[in-house]
Ligand binder design. Structure first.
Ligand code: ZN
Length: 188
């Protein structure tokens, strides 16, 4: 399993990710579990551009984004030795190397920021979060020197993080705890 480098080198990547994040903030509230993640992955897979599909197949061996959409949640569960990756040596190794990857699912921000303040705030963050992780994954996917294993991991993270960013309270106040303490229409 490769090691995603959490650095950002290209300004276009930063702008793209910031827009994703801003869109996530504006998204209506609805959340999903493993089934929901797979459903969103399925729709994403059906809407890939021909070039993106080609690249995804090159990395993954298929364009089945649904099958990788929940991997990041499974990785988090592996911390507690539960779930399908609970005994997976690669997952355990990854968690040992990146013990804060459970924070890559969300970004904590104050409410009511306009786009400018939002951008300044997000770009000034240094603690691990979904935005910084997403930049790292984009970097790895664009890196011609990254191994295929590294790109597979990066793609798994990227799909899940973009999905998470569109969940309610995953780009929100710290006290919302990513929505994990709340129940909304039985969706959690
Ligand atoms: Zn997640």
């Amino acid at each position: 399993m490769g090691e995603p480098s959490l650095i950002m080198t290209h300004p276009f990547q930063r702008t793209g990710s910031l827009l994703l994040l801003a869109l996530a903030c504006a998204a209506p509230a609805q959340a999903w579990n493993a089934e929901g993640h797979a459903a969103v992955g399925l729709v994403a897979g059906q809407n890939l551009t021909p070039e993106a599909r080609k690249q995804v197949i090159k990395i993954l061996g298929s364009d089945d984004l649904a099958s990788i959409a929940s991997w990041m949640d499974q990785l988090r569960s592996a911390y507690f030795h539960t779930g399908p990756l609970g005994d997976d040596p690669e997952a355990l190794k990854f968690n040992a190397e990146f013990p804060k990857n459970n924070t890559w699912h969300y970004v904590d921000l104050p409410l009511g920021l306009d786009y400018r303040d939002f951008s300044i705030k997000v770009e000034g963050m240094t603690e691990p979060n979904a935005y910084i992780a997403l930049l790292g994954m984009e970097h790895d996917l664009n890196d011609p020197n990254a191994s295929r294993d590294q790109k597979i991991v990066a793609l798994k993270f990227l799909v899940h993080i973009v999905e998470d960013m569109h969940q309610p309270m995953h780009v929100s106040r710290a006290e919302d705890k990513g929505g994990n303490s709340r129940s909304q229409d039985g969706a959690y």
